[in-house]
Design a protein around this ligand. Structure first.
Ligand SMILES: Cc1cc2nc3c(=O)[nH]c(=O)nc-3n(C[C@H](O)[C@H](O)[C@H](O)COP(=O)(O)O)c2cc1C
Length: 705
């Protein structure tokens, strides 16, 4: 494919007083990697510099607070509330300018959605936002009452004080050399709290009519213009639809656009949702490419200033089309550029297949980072937050590395080890690389996982890494290798209950097996998936259980899930869980048009299976030892155990070996990618396994083993 395939994406555009070289914007992304005082550090500079180097035309740095004392969206967000922060911000801008990008800072006060402070949060009103959480995670603003959080309506004086602070912050951003500022009026943060009829219940001049609800952002814009001059571009981000009952809908968002244009706003960045309904706000895998484009398209018809659309934009071809058709002026990518900061360059070079497309899992960038007050990471891009992966160093000497298991952990290990110059052999027991990801290809919404599978399989094949299919080597066969990375995954088990061997008791993989026969990686020797009867009991609490329920439910089956845990899927990223539970109840995520499940799914927690009878009766027992019987056509198992047989044999024969991914503990893709890539990064000639069973190659010289 030639660069000319995407001519509209690479046309310059004028935004107020600045010219941007192409139509690709980084949608504001708080990577929560600043210092504790909100100042810029090397980590943040490197991240943004990579995106600029990767060809993104306009980078909108994520939520930056104008007032740390009353609100930080994440605990280590950027701040612009004191002059001593200017030099750091200047270095950040310089890093992006160096590669030709234009850059803005998004000013945001989180109001009721503060990660810090956790108490006495200010807002337009005392309306709470209770983001659905899970037993497994402390979500930033979940379970408000339980965490003793309190939210209060700001006084008029406080509101004017904050308007000033926004303008002061914008001036600091300008001083630092940024080309523009953006106000964050989306997702239910403070400006959105004022703008939204759902949150704003005020009866003073800042509440009620549309103009009153817009007074807060309009005053900020006017004050910024006075302070920074009329030529300094000010943009605003807000949600085209908020998706909460009683909140703003598209018709009002069109009026907002017209008012903002009249107020001298230079660009509109149209997003979606407020956090009370997290699905459209941080679209999980269920949402399809461009599902939110229609909002920008409608708004664009009513204004002449540039409009940016965002949310699940992944393919340059789709982005090219919506720009070419005049449905948007620019495309805004957030997670797409976390997963692959070189997205724009690859598109421009006519190599879209090289893009490591974000799979919308929200695990690295949200669940295991911002949500629990840590820095941003990425499930499929180990370089986020870890510079060692940006420019991979060659090993000092070539080693022979065996990687056993062709799932994500194994493929990632093989990939990184090969890039470091090692000789790599990848053993896969089936005829196809992909491992557990191959169980996602056929599921609504989860088929994005195939994008990553295809990308990493492509790396393995294009690099010419030796792959041995249908190969499950014994310890003896691995003796000659300098290092062995074991990535054989979790082992499916059959609990010892009467009837477990009956023919209608199957594994989740039997249900989910991929049948995409036109896929270039398809293994024709694998069996067809099992066709289940009308009623299916799924026993387990794992991705396999949740995915089997989704697949069988959309196929029209009646599904019962049985788990011993007190909450099903406590491990699941909460926004996915919110949408999944809505679907399990017979509904759908807001804004989703995906086919609904035919019947609600019954979830039985603190329950186990004690007997399966030949006639399909299954005896269940709850934590109070009460027994019930259900009649089903199939029982689907999704239960795992560790299998260390090969690992034990390798250590016994003195092989240098490390376990990675689900073999170590059954978890998720992020754990697999991180452990596989890290193990490979450590492989050197002098390789030891430390007392924690991890590879190390830099033991202090006085230690001899
Ligand atoms: C880690 C992370 C941080 C984000 N930070 C911000 C932010 O600071 N400001 C904002 O307006 N949106 C923020 N968003 C939302 C994104 O800009 C974007 O609207 C959303 O992720 C959907 O677009 P995408 O599919 O391109 O990621 C963030 C999203 C993620 C995943």
């Amino acid at each position: 494919m030639k660069a000319s395939s995407f001519p509209h994406l690479f046309e310059p555009i004028q935004i107020g007083s600045m010219v941007v070289q192409n139509r690709i914007a980084m949608a504001p992304t708080d990577i929560s990697s600043a210092n504790a005082d909100g100042s810029v550090n090397q980590r943040s500079i490197i991240f943004h510099e990579q995106v600029a180097k990767g060809g993104t035309g306009f980078i909108i740095v994520g939520a930056t607070t104008p007032d740390r004392a009353t609100g930080r969206p994440t605990v280590t967000c950027f701040a612009a509330d004191e002059d001593p922060l200017i030099p750091g911000l200047a270095s950040l801008a310089e890093g992006m300018h160096r590669h030709g990008a234009r850059c803005a800072v998004q000013l945001q006060h989180p109001g009721r959605q503060s990660a810090w402070p956790r108490k006495d949060m200010i807002s337009a009103s005392d309306q709470v936002c209770d983001l659905p959480g899970s037993a497994g995670h402390e979500v930033i603003y979940a379970e408000v009452a339980k965490h003793g959080k309190s939210i209060r309506e700001m006084s008029v004086e406080e509101t004017y004080d904050l308007i000033d602070k926004f303008a002061e912050a914008a001036w600091r951003v300008q001083q630092a050399g940024f080309d523009a500022v953006e106000l964050h009026g989306a997702h239910g943060y403070l400006i959105a709290q004022f703008m939204s009829p759902y949150v704003n219940k005020r009866t003073d001049r800042f509440g009620g009519s549309l103009m009153n609800r817009l007074r807060f952002p309009l005053e900020i814009i006017s004050r910024i213009k006075t302070k920074c001059g009329r030529d300094f571009p000010v943009g605003i981000r807000y949600s085209g639809e908020e998706w909460m009952e009683g909140s703003r809908v598209l018709a009002e968002s069109v009026k907002v656009a017209e008012i903002m244009q009249d107020a001298g706003v230079a660009f509109l960045d149209i997003s979606a949702g407020i956090f009370d309904v997290p699905g459209p706000t941080m679209d999980p895998m269920y949402y399809s490419q461009g599902w939110n484009t229609y909002t920008a398209e409608e708004i664009k018809k009513h204004v002449t200033i540039p409009v940016i659309t965002s949310h699940t934009l992944r393919d340059p071809a789709y982005c090219e089309r919506i720009v070419a058709e005049g449905r948007t002026d620019m495309v805004g990518l957030s997670r797409g550029l976390i997963a692959d900061p070189y997205w724009a360059n690859k598109a421009k070079a006519g190599k879209p297949e090289e893009i490591r497309k974000c799979i919308s899992c929200l695990v690295g960038c949200w669940q295991e980072s911002l949500m629990i007050k840590r820095e941003c990471r990425c499930a499929i891009n180990p370089a986020v937050g870890d510079e060692r992966f940006i420019k991979i160093e060659k090993a000092s000497q070539k080693c022979s590395v065996a990687v056993v298991g062709g799932g994500p952990a194994g493929m990632e290990a093989a990939h990184i080890a090969f890039l470091r110059g090692h000789s790599v052999t990848l053993f896969e027991k089936t005829g196809e690389l992909g491992g557990a990801i191959l169980n996602c290809c056929m599921i609504n919404g989860k088929n994005k996982m195939k994008w990553y599978a295809d990308w990493i399989r492509r790396q393995v094949h294009e690099l010419g890494i030796e792959v041995k299919y249908h190969a499950a080597p014994a310890a003896q066969e691995l003796k000659g290798f300098d290092a062995v990375i074991l990535a054989t995954g979790g082992k499916l088990v059959k609990p010892e209950v009467p009837g477990i061997g009956l023919p209608f008791v199957i594994n989740y993989e039997d249900v989910l097996r991929c049948t995409m026969k036109n896929c270039e990686h398809y293994d024709p020797s694998k069996p067809e998936p099992v066709k289940c009867g009308e009623t299916v009991l799924i026993w387990g609490d794992h991705f396999g259980a949740a995915d089997a329920a989704e697949k069988l439910g959309t196929d029209g089956k009646q599904v019962i899930i049985v788990t011993e845990a007190k909450e099903f899927a406590a491990w699941l990223e909460p926004i996915h869980k919110d949408v999944m539970m809505k679907r399990f109840k017979g509904g759908n995520g807001e804004g989703l048009t995906t086919k609904k499940l035919a019947h609600p799914v019954t979830v039985l927690t603190r329950t186990t299976v004690v007997e399966i009878r030949p006639d399909g009766e299954v005896v269940l027992q709850d934590s109070e030892f009460r027994k019930t019987v259900v009649k089903v056509d199939n029982v689907v198992l999704a239960k795992f155990a560790q299998d260390d047989t090969l690992y034990d044999a390798l250590t016994a024969q003195g092989t240098t070996v490390q376990k990675v991914g689900d073999l170590k503990a059954v978890r998720n893709l992020r754990a697999a990618v991180m452990e596989g890539s890290n193990a490979a990064l450590a492989v050197e000639q002098d390789l030891w396994v430390n007392a924690n069973n991890s590879f190390i190659s830099d033991i202090p010289t006085l230690v001899t083993l």
